[in-house]
Unconditional design. Structure first.
Length: 72
């Protein structure tokens, strides 16, 4: 799972939804777009938290492990 690509895609969707929301005149349509933006921002937060949590680990250290050494 490439989280940076997912983060980029969600960010693009947020930008698109905000542009669309700025062009809409009807209040109910603006509310619908605001809910979309809120949901996208919450999704983005999940992936940003995930990246923050795994950042201290250096996965390059695990490249020397031979698959035969693993118990499963």
């Amino acid at each position: 799972m490439d989280t940076t690509k997912i983060i980029d895609d969600i960010s693009k969707e947020i930008s698109g939804a905000l542009k669309s929301m700025s062009q809409v005149k009807d209040v109910s349509d603006k509310e619908a777009y605001s809910r979309i933006v809120k949901n996208l921002c919450e999704s983005l937060d999940v992936f940003l938290d995930f990246n923050r949590d795994i950042m201290p680990y250096d996965f390059d250290d695990f490249d020397d492990i031979d698959n035969e050494d693993l118990p499963f």
